[in-house]
Design a protein around this ligand. Sequence first.
Ligand code: NAD
Ligand code: ZN
Length: 441
Amino acid sequence: MNSMYMSLTSAPSKQASLTCKNISPLDSYFKRCQAPKPQFTRIFFQVSKRRKQIVCQVNMSAQSTAGQVIRCKAAVAWEAGKPLVIEEVEVAPPQAMEVRLKILFTSLCHTDVYFWEAKGQTPLFPRIFGHEAGGIVDSVGEGVTHLKPGDHVLPVFTGECGNCRHCKSKESNMCDLLRINTDRGVMLSDGKTRFSINGKPIYHFVGTSTFSEYTVAHVGSVAKINPAAPLDKVCILSCGISTGLGATLNVAKPTKGSTVAIFGLGAVGLAAAEGARIAGASRIIGVDLNPNRFEEAKKFGCTEFVNPKDHNKPVQEVLAEMTDGGVDRSVECTGNINAMISAFECVHDGWGVAVLVGVPNRDDAFKTRPVNFLNERTLKGTFFGNYKPRSDLPSVVEKYMNKELELEKFITHQVAFRDINKAFDYMLAGEGIRCIIRMDA
Ligand code: NAD
Ligand code: ZN
């Protein structure tokens, strides 16, 4: 049914097939989203023997939403740490080099939770969070040439303008124009928001704000993907899974037979473990304070587990004893400053590489003895696993399509959009891995 909605909303004037019983939910769907309803110019029926149902062909000539304000539902964070409120918001049309997206599925990443709690981060409210999502292009602003209404896309919290020295470098994904900026709550082109409620502006989050039925993003923050890819699965590639996978495969680069420690076994850490498994690591040691994660982590290639709480010495010493002096690679996916320091100090001297992925508090400082560097250990960090979002993400989606990468095992919960606060409860309780939020429910 969703794909039918997709084709109806995204590709007006095309012919779509739908079963008769779906006409009335469609009606209420367009009403609820206040998206212009397609005009049904021609309807005819035929009996489909294969699907054992009557199929109704509809010719549509929808009015375009281009240039119009759309009223739709969004989950607004009015205050730090307070449950999100589903509100009716106005979403302005995309301006030059922007696209408006219809979000179909989104999920919750810990980065949303940090900035919603705003404990160690700069508070900015009211705001629409959300950055891990899949959707379709609704309309495009002036100058947008490589995306068109109907394209299936993943928005990404860090963009790729394609023209700057970072985008032109093979090594970097830190685009000068569109790299992650957690403090900016407005669009780059005019410093204004595209969301409002009765004229009151509502701030954006990392250029994506996917906890809304419609959102506006810079074209460089949107990756066009294979339209056959199921958006309810590949939406988790738009942040957490690609980040963890890339942190290991693109940045830590463990060799076959090596030993890798993963700090934090949430979605990002488990994807990092998956990367270590794909790279052929022979020992993958999962480190987490939550023992409930260990059973789950076996499915992602973890071979051993350490809970720092079970030991009365620093976890880096425990790991050094387990591995004859230290692990070859470590990937930190917790956001906790002490875990970051342990992840660095647990790598072997001479060749060990540690990669930081977790988002720290604004004022955290990394403290270690300089001799740890002199002893030839390397410390690195990465956003989005070093993937360039527009150039590289489509091929990560293809890894799922070719069955090289399994995504289903990361998805432990699903909730309707109206129950989005439950996804926050699951994450705060350390329950499950990723929770998919269905925008149409
Ligand atoms: P999550 O909450 O699902 O998982 C974090 C895990 O870390 C939990 O299992 C928790 O028990 C564990 N943990 C916390 N403190 C620990 C400690 N001191 N020692 C060991 N384990 C500890 O979160 P997630 O969505 O998987 O995100 C993980 C981190 O990655 C977050 O900090 C998030 O902000 C960050 N992140 C970074 C990027 C990036 O591009 N760099 C992208 C996405 C997420
Ligand atoms: Zn750039």
